[in-house]
Design a protein around this ligand. Sequence first.
Ligand SMILES: [Ca+2]
Ligand SMILES: [Ca+2]
Length: 610
Amino acid sequence: MAKKVWLLTLIIAVVIAIGIGLYLMSIPHEVEIAEVRQAGLGLMAPKSCSDVFAVNITVQNVTSLYCGIVTLKLEGPLGVVGVENGRVGGSEVYVTGWQLKSPSEMMILFEAPRTKAVNGSGNLFSIILAPQGTGQAKVLISSISYALLTSTNDGRYIPNIITSTPDINITIKLTGVASATTAKPGSLKIKAISSETPESIDPPIYPLTYGDVDGDLDIDLNDLNTLRKRLCQGRLNLSDMADACHDGKIDLLDLSQLKLILWRKEARLTLKDMAGRVVTIPQPVKRIVSCAILDTPRTLLALRAGNLVVGIDFYTHKYGLERTDYYDVLPYVARVYNWSKLPVVGTYKEPNVELIKSLNPDVIFAYARASDVADALQKAIGIPVVCNYYYCPMLGEKPKNLVNFTGWKLIATVIGKDELAENLIAYAREKVEWLRNQTRDIPLSERPKVYYAYAGPRGFEWTAPHYESIDLAGGRNVASGCGSSSVVQVSKEQIIAWDPDIILVHSRSFTGRSSFPARLQEILSDPALQQISAVKNGTIYPLPAEMIGWDPAQAICEAYYLAKLFHPDKFKDLDVEAECNEVLKTIYGVDGLWSIWMDMVRQYLLPEAR
Ligand SMILES: [Ca+2]
Ligand SMILES: [Ca+2]
């Protein structure tokens, strides 16, 4: 290691010394220089030739130059020692990768730092070469591709790419044999290049964002480094998701686009939405219309984007804002942003195309289960439509899991609130983990048997085989062996045979035919159900999380609430109301949201859980 460093230092010293010294005197006779320029990019003289020497690739009067790849051919007895960073118009240019494809072919990738393009003239980079014998050698630039950045009014950038085959070459007459190396070309690779350091990157958190070069469902600096390597190697058989700007091929444009995405300076973002549709969304998003069901509006509120919404769908307006006999956080949070005054843009099935168009949104959110509607809407008005859903089967999420956050990530990425979403998700996971630690060791014998009676109109025999908050709260879902569908029908006899200790009732509202009080009466007055323990003991409770769509925040609170109902002794010190008010305040920014639920249900709970 020390030897390498020493050698490197020596080489740099020699290059600098010779460079400066000979520049001031004259060009040594043994080096012949051909200085050529084309399209602003040119090749300037090697300053010397003794043991090692530098060939500087320079540019003249460039504007908005962002990155590029230069392919060189080396002819004659030349060995490559290394490549060094350059400097253009006062700012550093980094060589972020180079590769000898063969002893005579070399690729060099250079980049301006982060999202700042360079302007002016200067040295892009230097190739450090050493003679490997005597005779004539040649350096030939066989192609140059480079990307420029165009800025938008919003301080975002669009990269574009220029490729040329400039046919630039210099001839070098070599008389010495390298003393620094007798190595074969390329065998003395020196990573002398200081790579750019990341400065507060803010990558998108939605896993299906284009630009995921290594395919690990995450966009980060590893993707950038992988793409750099692959560009230098010319191995561009990468997955579809690596195509950051989504134009069907992998090249410098994707490198530029990926850097812009990592620093959130991109003018366009492409992703696969929750219906698997590929959508490109101009950035930044300032006006939003939601035609999706209530999950999407809730998420927009959690992400503190209520003020960006310029139109909402009929169901959100009807059930989410006007009806407060339901339990849902939505109306209380939407009030902060005056959502009841917003134009109603139709339903998820039949959006009002003309009205939506007149609202001039940057993006429209739609319901993933009506993706044909989304396609038609996007086609009709030419504004990107993004389909959202409360869980993502493409990524293996199950319905009714507490921490299905793909929908949050999607919306956060589209509207540029990734960091906030990340914090909220981390907070939510922490809350779930705390409860999991409390209940994970409760033995099966101490877990109450729980039957979940699904939504009112479906009847008592409908249930959910998978409902994570029951498990997390330390209960045993009696229907857990009933397949993998999100809702199944079982027989009354089966429920009686299970003999649940607790019945949870999914209720659409607190008034009307399918309300909790009405459903409770139905169960209590059904002669067939009287032998069930839960009916005998009066341990029948309403559930808050699953109203229209699914809210992870309400689901977490529900799990805390259930924990106290299932295990009142174990959780006697847990103040569910205070805890859940805090959870909902952190996620939605409004105080006292859980107390609204408690006031609706207190009379139905055992005294110790009130
Ligand atoms: Ca990745
Ligand atoms: Ca591309």
